[in-house]
Structure formats: structure tokens, C-alpha cells
Design a protein. Structure first.
Length: 535
């Protein structure tokens, strides 16, 4: 049975150091873009080399720098987005992360423990502290802070409900609508005539406000109107946590022992896979996957093969795939095994201009019907992926290998030929293809090396000269000399990705709140304020 691996002690120490290295830089500014700049990654890598550590330790830190930075950026984006309305005072800083960051044994950040340490430091304003406690589902901290922030939040909700409404586009993120639709039997746009669209508090804060009010009024949460109008509190909070990758909700869910037949772990996993952003999914996926039995894990690979495989390719779960490649491989349906090679290849070479040779086929296999193959979400350790590729290549039958070779090697050579039809005839009949089949079948790393150069012609010449010296003269004369470099001077990666991520990282988004919830909040105010005109 596949069980997520823990990081070896040496690697875990290196991962922790990498996190601390990133905490010395202004990732808060980067979080608005949700993309780590290559320049900043280069700066951190240079700083690693200047550390007073043994030389054998530094490579462990260096190859984890980028995935670690991305993981920290995901956390920052989530927290800043949900704790930083326009009225915030003392807020989160990188110094706080440096002092309070907690890392699990698998290399992922422990969200709730990190938040708990920040709250105990006493450096946050009570309103910011309440939001941080709310989004991390720290019940004890929420209840402790509630008396000091109650009137602030209740008045804020009522006052914001009195402001003129906003358009649907300004009101919410697309994911918020997806959360609602995922709980509805008849998905579709909601009727916003009964909601207030200017409530600038995240759904987690509204959840805990409802919880605190139910405690004060000695009623169950089901008796408090839900802020979305027609969803139950538990289901909505779980679906929302899955869409935003908020693992703290699931930790609280497990501690509260309220797992039901309706909202079991497989239900949660299905909601998680509906999220648009793979960057956010890994912590929640690992948490839930550990709690599945062997039959459920097998069913997960069968029902959601691409989504599950994509998680095992991401760091740090890629450690498990790397160390247990054959076991994971056996879980993957045969119909998706060639897809694994295509996925890894696209991740490794998403910025290579040579990927344009096979762009259309890759788009078809990865489901990128309206995207270029450079737009690949997720957080990866490329060293792990290369190791996984080589191991899978070694244990795979030749028919899988042939499909990959046709896609990434042979079709590329044809496209590099000035006379493709004549080239194909010669290539098939002269024994050239057979020689290359034997060569690439023997070692999967040769395919990766082929794409590491500037163009296929030069890369193939170098590989043949090094590994097939006896056949070099024949292959050069009959094959290599007949293809052109066809180098492209640009990257495949599109600006659209950055634009989309920048848009989704906007702070201070509004949450549509149903009038019944606002009425309930208004009635809990002491003394109540006049909001009749709002209705």
C-alpha cells in the first residue's frame, strides 16, 4: 500500500533551512503576483552557496529552494488574501514567518501550528488575529478573541450591507461560485437580489461569526442562517477549504469527529480535484490520502487517475513516487501510463522552444485544449521528476516506450527535416529508426538529454558521438546531416499565466452575504442599529 514518505533527516533539515532563507526576503510583494521571479530564485540560490555549511549539505538545500519558495508563496497568498481587508492594522510580516514557521516531517508547512505561534506572539491587532485564527480553524483562539472583536465585526457586516451593491465580477472570485455549485444539485448563477455584495470578510470569518453567535444564543449552527443563503455550514466550509487548499479546515474537521456518510474523505477528495489551481492542493491531498484505506486508494487512482498522478509528481509527494516508483506505477491504470511520461516531460521542458515540435499532441494528452503546453501548474522538484522518469522507463514495456519515442523523438526529427516525406521513407526503410529505438530504449535519460540542448540536431549529434561512437559516421551521414536546427528564440510560456495569477491574487474581495444572515447579525447587536433601508 502506498504511504506518503517522510523526508530523510538530512533533507528535512535542508528544507527547513530553505524555508528560513526565503523568510529573509519580501515574499509578501511576490504573493500579489503568485509567481516567484527567476531573479529572486537566483538570489536565494547564491545565498545558499555563501552559508557556512559543509559542501555536501548545500546541494540538498539548493535543489529544494524553488519548490520550498513556491510552497511558502501559496501560504502567503492564502493568508494575505483572507486576513487583509482595507482596515487592517498590524499585519503579517516576513519576520513573523521567520520566527514562527513550523514544518511537518514531510516538508510541508504546518499551517495551524504556524498560525498558533503567531497568535501567541501578541504582535497582531485583535481583528487581524481573529481572521488568522478563523481561517486556520483554531477554535480556542477564536473563542478567546471573540469578546474583544464581536461588536467590531457585527457592526462592520451591517454597515457594509448598507453600501451600494457591486457587479458580479467585483463581488466574488469564480471559485466562490464553484463552491456553491458543487453543493447544489442544479448548478448555476445565484439570484443575487437577496444578497449584500459588499461584505469584505472571507467565508471562514463568517463561519466563525455564525459559530460564536450560536454559542451565545445556545442554539445549533443549523439554526443560524447560512451567509450563502441555501447551504449547510459544514458542507460549504469543507467544499470551500478544498477549493482554496485550506488544510486547517480538514484538521479541525477530524478533531471535531463529525465525519458523516455524506461528507466522507472521498467526497472531500472529489471537491479538491475540482479546484482550478494545483499549487494549493498538495497539503490537503496528503492529509486525506493518509486516511484512506487500501481499497479507497486504489479507487482514487481508478476514478481520478490524472488528478492523483499529478499530486504524486508534485513536491514533496514526489519523494514517495521516487522511492516507491514501481508500487505507484502499478496503481496507475494502463490507459494512463503513457500520459505520465508526457506529463513529466512537459513539466521538465515547459520553457523549451523545442517543445513546440509536439505542442498539439501534448495539448491533446494533457487536456490543454485552449492553452500552450508551457502553462503547467503545480510545484515540482525537477531532480525528483528526472529520477522518476528514469525508473519508470526502466520498468516499462517497449510498447509504452515506443509511443513516447514517436511523440518526442521521431516526430521532432521529421519536423526538423526540410523534406519530411522523403525523410520518413528513408528513416523507416534504412534501419535508422531501429538503431535509435535500441539506443533510446536502453536508457530513458537519453530522451531528457536530447531536449536539454538548444536544438534537436546538436543534441542528437552530441548523444550519438558520446554513446554510439561506432555508428556515429553512418548516423551523421544518413540522419543528423539531413535535419535542420530549427531553433526558436523564445519561450513557450505565455504571459497569460502571470496575468491570470495576478488577477486571482487580488486582496479585499467581497463575499456575497444573504440578507437573512445580516438580519441575524443585526439582531445580535446590542444596542441594535437601524438598517431598515438596507432591506
Amino acid at each position: 500500500m502506498v504511504i506518503p514518505s517522510l523526508q530523510p533527516l538530512c533533507e528535512l533539515s535542508a528544507v527547513h533551512i530553505a524555508y528560513l532563507m526565503w523568510c529573509r526576503h519580501d515574499l509578501i510583494t511576490e504573493s500579489y503576483k503568485r509567481v516567484l521571479s527567476d531573479e529572486l530564485v537566483g538570489v536565494v540560490l547564491s545565498e545558499v552557496q555563501s552559508l557556512n555549511l559543509p559542501k555536501r549539505v548545500k546541494p540538498f538545500i539548493s535543489y529544494n529552494v524553488k519548490p520550498v519558495g513556491r510552497r511558502l508563496l501559496v501560504l502567503l497568498t492564502l493568508w494575505l488574501r483572507k486576513t487583509k481587508p482595507n482596515d487592517s492594522g498590524n499585519h503579517l510580516t516576513m519576520d513573523m514567518f521567520y520566527e514562527c514557521l513550523e514544518v511537518n516531517a514531510d516538508g510541508l508547512i504546518n499551517y495551524s501550528k504556524t498560525a498558533e505561534k503567531m497568535l501567541h506572539s501578541g504582535t497582531l491587532d485583535s481583528t487581524v488575529a481573529f481572521r488568522l485564527a478563523s481561517i486556520n480553524y483554531l477554535e480556542a483562539e477564536v473563542l478567546k478573541l471573540w469578546p474583544s472583536v464581536k461588536h467590531y465585526f457585527l457592526n462592520k457586516i451591517v454597515q457594509e450591507s448598507e453600501r451600494p451593491g457591486t457587479s458580479d465580477e467585483e463581488m466574488e472570485e469564480p471559485d466562490d461560485e464553484m463552491v456553491r455549485n458543487s453543493l447544489s444539485e442544479t448548478p448555476g448563477r445565484r439570484d443575487y437580489s437577496t444578497v449584500f455584495s459588499n461584505i469584505k470578510e472571507p467565508c471562514e470569518v463568517l463561519y466563525w461569526i455564525g459559530y460564536c453567535l450560536s454559542k451565545e444564543n445556545a442554539v445549533t449552527m443549523d439554526e443560524v442562517p447560512h451567509f450563502s443563503g441555501d447551504n449547510d455550514w459544514l458542507g460549504f466550509s469543507l467544499a470551500s477549504a478544498a477549493h482554496y487548499g485550506n488544510i486547517s479546515r480538514f484538521e479541525h474537521f477530524e478533531k471535531s469527529r463529525v465525519i458523516t456518510m455524506k461528507y466522507d474523505y472521498m467526497w472531500i477528495m472529489e471537491k479538491l480535484f475540482k479546484s482550478k489551481d494545483e499549487d494549493n492542493q498538495q497539503p490537503c491531498f496528503v492529509f486525506i490520502f493518509k486516511r484512506l484505506d487500501s481499497e479507497e486508494k486504489a479507487r482514487l487512482f481508478q476514478q481520478f487517475p490524472r488528478e492523483t498522478i499529478s499530486q504524486f509528481l508534485q513536491w514533496p509527494l514526489s519523494v514517495t513516487f521516487r522511492d516507491n516508483a514501481e508500487e505507484v506505477w502499478n496503481f496507475i491504470p494502463d490507459s494512463h501510463k503513457d500520459w505520465v511520461f508526457i506529463k513529466i516531460f512537459t513539466i521538465l521542458f515547459q520553457k523549451s522552444s523545442m517543445l513546440l515540435y509536439t505542442r498539439l499532441t501534448i495539448m491533446h494528452y494533457l487536456g490543454l485544449t485552449k492553452k500552450m503546453p508551457g502553462i503547467v501548474t503545480g510545484i515540482y522538484n525537477t531532480d525528483h521528476l528526472r529520477s522518476i522518469w528514469s525508473t519508470l522507463w526502466e520498468i516499462s514495456p517497449n510498447d509504452y516506450k515506443l509511443h513516447v519515442l514517436e511523440l518526442f523523438v521521431f516526430s521532432g526529427l521529421v519536423l526538423c527535416s526540410p523534406k519530411p516525406y522523403a525523410f520518413i521513407t528513408c528513416f523507416e526503410s534504412s534501419g535508422l529508426k531501429s538503431k535509435l529505438l535500441d539506443f533510446f530504449n536502453s536508457d530513458g535519460s537519453y530522451i531528457l538529454k536530447l531536449y536539454e540542448g538548444k536544438n534537436l540536431k546538436e543534441s542528437l549529434r552530441t548523444l550519438i558521438a558520446k554513446h554510439m561512437p561506432n555508428d556515429y559516421k553512418y548516423l551523421y551521414g544518413h540522419l543528423i546531416s539531413r535535419i535542420t536546427p530549427k531553433a526558436r528564440g523564445h519561450f513557450v510560456r505565455m504571459k497569460t499565466l502571470l496575468q491570470l495569477r495576478t488577477r486571482s491574487a487580488k486582496m479585499s474581495r467581497s463575499t456575497p452575504v444573504h440578507q437573512d444572515f445580516v438580519r441575524y447579525v443585526h439582531n445580535c447587536l446590542s444596542p441594535p442599529i437601524d438598517i431598515d433601508e438596507a432591506f
